[in-house]
Design a protein around this ligand. Structure first.
Ligand SMILES: Cc1ncc(COP(=O)(O)O)c(C=O)c1O
Length: 368
């Protein structure tokens, strides 16, 4: 790999397409940031943050969509299609542009206008449906009647991405392995919607293990409504839908039903599935900002929230080395957390300026 570009295509020997034929915006090659203060704060020996917000559309979805757009172009697909209100839609729209293929994006009425604006800015054909399930009906039609290339799930029960696209996520595992000096950490935690990300990371480490290059780390999946937790607890291969009994700040993984690939990755790695609540997610987001200056999307703070819960329950050793996958940036969820920030105060004079700092932020420059 010496002399290769530092992006995910440096591992193309283990991907379905060669770097030279890839539809790429330079995705991958994201930093693995040491988080020593956060490690001390949560009480674990070593903590790293894999910062996937440094990708071209600021989320890890760029890795799967780079492979998907490459595949679609090779197949001569007339359009990409996805049903998503967030990161998957943005990545699909961007890579469709890069490939010179149209993108159809189906969104529900509850879509955050920032995200739909983001996706429209890439020139995607964004269409709203009355209900969330309608999105999959339309998507299925795009695939079956028009031969469009699906870059997301549209099946019930959900199965997740096609295997070509999941392959893109193997490169998160390869990079972590290389960045740690060609070895695996003890644990990797990530948010889990349909768990394509962790399933890809699992597959990546399985391939490294098959080549005798690394052990497979334990994988920790963070979820909101608990369908995966239940399947793991019950030892079942079938993930039954959970009840959506409340809204969540983790908007990107607010799904009722996880996938079989999630069960396989958790069970196969000796990992865990953990249900996390909004207070834990917001507190984890705050800790990543305060301790390390890293700003995750609310959804992307769920991995840390799950780790904290598992450490406190004594299910993970405090002597472990852990990687948190920060799947996207906090800029994407600014609307979700807007009510937590104070209004920006106005200073009318130098005197009122220091008063404002004290009153709003508890900061006294004279005392520093
Ligand atoms: C920011 C973010 N993190 C995590 C996920 C979960 O993705 P998956 O469950 O496919 O790994 C998503 C997407 O659904 C997302 O947008």
């Amino acid at each position: 790999m010496a002399g290769r570009e530092v992006d995910m295509w440096r591992y193309d020997a283990l991907l379905p397409f060669a770097a030279g034929e890839a539809v790429s915006l330079g995705e991958g090659g994201t930093p693995l940031v040491a988080a020593p203060r956060l490690a001390r704060r949560v009480g674990v020996r070593v903590l790293w943050i894999k910062d996937e917000s440094r990708n071209p559309t600021w989320s890890f979805k760029d890795r799967s969509n780079a492979v998907g757009a490459t595949h679609a172009r090779a197949l001569g697909s007339p359009a990409l299609v996805v049903s998503s209100t967030g990161n998957a839609a943005a990545a699909t729209a961007a890579y469709a542009r890069r490939a010179g293929i149209p993108a159809i994006v189906l969104v529900a009425k509850s879509v955050d206008p920032i995200m739909s604006g983001f996706v429209q800015s890439y020139g995607a054909h964004v269409v709203m449906t009355e209900t969330k399930p309608d999105r999959w009906v339309m998507m299925k039609h795009c695939v079956e009647a028009w031969d469009c290339y699906p870059t997301g799930n549209y099946q019930t029960p959900p199965v997740g991405l096609n295997p070509y696209m999941t392959d893109g996520y193997k490169t998160i595992g390869f990079e972590i392995w290389e960045q740690l000096g060609r070895r695996a950490p003890d644990w990797i935690f990530a948010p889990a919607g349909y768990t394509n990300g962790l399933a890809g990371i699992f597959q990546g480490f399985q391939e490294l293990a098959a080549m005798g290059l690394a052990a497979v780390p334990h994988l920790g999946a963070a979820e909101i409504y608990g369908s995966l937790v239940r399947a793991i607890e019950e030892g079942s291969d079938v993930v039954q839908p959970a009840r959506i009994d409340r809204p969540t700040v983790a908007i990107s993984i607010g799904t009722s039903q996880n996938t079989y690939q999630a069960v396989a990755a958790i069970r196969g790695s000796g990992g865990t599935a953990t249900q996390v609540a909004d207070e834990e997610i917001l507190s984890a987001q705050e800790r990543m900002i305060e301790s390390e200056g890293m700003f995750p999307e609310t959804t992307s703070a769920t991995g840390l929230a799950a780790l904290i819960r598992e450490l406190e329950a004594g299910r993970i050793s405090r002597d472990a080395e852990v990687v948190i996958v920060m799947t996207s940036t906090g800029l994407k969820s600014l609307n979700v957390t807007a009510h937590l920030r104070p209004p920006v105060p106005m200073a009318h004079s130098v005197e009122s300026f220091s008063e404002v700092l004290k009153a709003t932020y508890g900061f006294n420059p004279e005392a520093e």
